[in-house]
Every structure is written in structure tokens, then in C-alpha cells.
Design a protein around this ligand. Structure first.
Ligand code: URA
Length: 305
């Protein structure tokens, strides 16, 4: 029997083993924290000095939220080349930032920061400096991309899991290993494909990202696709397909049928929605469907030369 309040090292080890076997992989507080309740002086200072943010924004440390986790969402300072007058005001010190800084304002800021990135490196810097998505404060790393940015094929998943968060790279866990095998089956690998996610920060406990989180992060992945400009896009799973292909249809209906993704500048990219590798691990009987989809992708790449 597992002790409810373990005292001895053996009891503690037993309790931890129980948690691990139950799939617990994240230590969170018992009580929820309103991370937007306070505006720290540093944050307020930053808010009044937009120019200071125009330099490369620092990536947050890899050791977790840290003391800055209680800060309010960043002031929507104009990203390089942006019109500051179009950027919403910073949250007032005494107001809950969630009210003063609604998700729409964060999404607007994300759109502006994404649009102002003219290279993938700049985009990564802008994302690393963007504080408008709560997920950033529980994630350990920004998971930007892996693979070859000059590739003809770009694959987009949903959001990083634990392994991806630890390594700062997409699809490096079990589903990533399956994805590598799926790519190999059509003669590709991470040198000939580019991989990213709709959401670049791991949702705590691998929960599903909320619609607001997706909306806030969407401009970044859209700009990433635009900058990579692949010949073919593959949407891994329903959330990627729904977010990027402007549809509400379920993935089992969508998969296997060519769709298009249209970039902000109007480029139309053929897109193949397919089943997510994590789903395939749980439902191996459907691997044959994904295999068909990948053969379609191979044929399309060949046809597009
Ligand atoms: N699932 C995803 O959608 N993305 C990853 O990077 C890993 C797992």
C-alpha cells in the first residue's frame, strides 16, 4: 500500500514510482496562480520604453517559469518596423491584465510581430521575445522548428510534448520517431523536410491548447510557412489542419484529400492533411491510411518537380 504522506526514502520512492506509472510528468502548484495579477516594476519600465524591445528579445531561461512568471503579458511594443500607434495600450498596473490586455490584443501583437519578421531567424527572435501566450511561462523551451528551411516539404503538428519541450525541437519523442519512419518511407528525412508546430510552447501536462492560445500563436506559424515557402505542406492531425486550412471538418474526413493553404501574400500551397503520428501509435490499424497520404505527397512533390 502506498503511504499517503510518505516519510521514509522508500515510501517517497514508491509514491514517485506510482506517479510516474500514472503518467504524471509535471509538478504544478495545488492552487491556480493568476500570473497576470501583478505588473512588476521591470515590466512597467519596459512598457514605457518600446524602443528597448526593438533589439533581439531574450529567450527565457530553460529552467522553467522562474520569477518572471508572474509578470503581465508584455506591453505590445511595436515590433521592428511596426506602427506603434496601432499597438494596443499596456495593461494598467492595478487592473487584471487579462481584462486590460485581451486575447485579441495579444493576437494583434502576434500578427504584427510575425509580419515584421523578414527571415526565419528574425521570426524565431520575435517569438522568443513574445510574452503574449501563457504557455510560454510553463514551457521550458521555445520549440521553433527542425529540419531544412529550404526543403520542398513542410510538416506542421499541433504542439510540443514533454520530450520536445526538453530538447527545444519538434517531434523528437515517440511520435517523432514514427514520423521519421514515415518520412523515410517516401525517401525523406530531416535534411529534406522542415518540421514545426502550430503552437511553439508545450501546453502543461500536454493538455489541448485552448482556441485562444491557438489564435494567438497562429500568425507565427502562418508566417513561418510563408517564409519557408514549401512546395507542399503536410498537416499532422486535426488541430493543424483546422488551424491552417480554414476548415472545421474532422481529420478522418479531411485526410487523404488535397487542400490548399494560402499565405498572407497570396501564395497558394497544396496541403495534405493526414493522421497525427501520436494517433497512429494508439491506432496502428490506421497507419495504412497515413501511408497512402504520404504516397500522395511523394507523387505531388515529384509532379511539382
Ligand atoms: N506532437 C506534436 O504535434 N508536435 C510535436 O512536436 C510532438 C508531438
Amino acid at each position: 500500500m502506498i503511504a499517503a504522506s510518505p516519510n521514509t526514502p522508500a515510501e517517497i520512492a514508491e509514491l514517485l514510482a506510482f506517479y510516474a506509472s500514472a503518467g504524471v510528468d509535471e509538478a504544478l502548484e495545488d492552487a491556480p496562480i493568476n500570473r497576470f495579477a501583478e505588473v512588476r516594476p521591470k515590466q512597467a519600465e519596459r512598457a514605457s520604453a518600446p524602443a528597448a524591445r526593438e533589439s533581439t528579445p531574450p529567450e527565457r531561461p530553460a529552467s522553467g517559469p522562474g520569477p518572471d512568471a508572474n509578470r503581465a503579458p508584455q506591453r505590445p511594443a511595436a515590433a521592428p518596423g511596426l506602427d506603434a500607434s496601432k499597438v494596443p495600450d499596456a495593461p494598467a498596473r492595478s487592473m487584471p491584465a487579462t481584462a486590460a490586455m485581451p486575447d485579441e490584443a495579444q493576437a494583434l501583437l502576434a500578427r504584427q510581430m510575425a509580419a515584421s519578421a523578414s527571415t526565419l531567424d528574425e521570426l524565431r527572435q520575435h517569438m522568443a521575445g513574445f510574452d503574449g501566450c501563457n504557455l510560454k511561462f510553463t514551457a521550458k523551451n521555445l520549440v521553433f522548428a527542425d529540419g531544412n528551411p529550404n526543403a520542398e516539404l513542410m510538416l506542421v503538428g499541433e504542439a510540443p510534448g514533454r520530450d520536445e519541450d526538453l530538447e527545444g525541437l519538434p517531434f523528437v519523442g515517440r511520435s517523432g520517431r514514427l514520423l521519421d519512419r514515415m518520412l523515410a518511407a517516401i525517401g525523406l528525412d530531416r535534411n529534406s523536410a522542415y518540421i514545426a508546430n502550430v503552437i511553439p510552447w508545450r501546453p502543461p501536462g500536454n493538455r489541448t491548447p485552448t482556441p485562444h492560445e491557438t489564435e494567438i500563436c497562429r500568425p507565427f506559424i502562418e508566417r513561418q510557412i510563408e517564409l519557408v515557402n514549401p512546395k507542399v505542406l503536410v498537416n499532422l492531425g486535426g488541430p493543424s489542419a483546422k488551424t491552417l486550412l480554414n476548415t472545421t471538418e474532422g481529420i478522418l474526413r479531411l485526410r487523404g484529400n488535397w487542400r490548399t493553404h494560402t499565405t498572407a501574400s497570396g501564395t497558394i500551397i497544396p496541403a495534405m492533411p493526414t493522421l497525427h503520428p501520436a494517433y497512429l501509435l494508439r491506432t496502428p490499424a490506421h497507419k495504412k491510411l497515413a501511408w497512402r497520404d504520404f504516397l500522395e505527397v511523394k507523387a505531388k512533390l515529384r509532379a511539382l518537380g
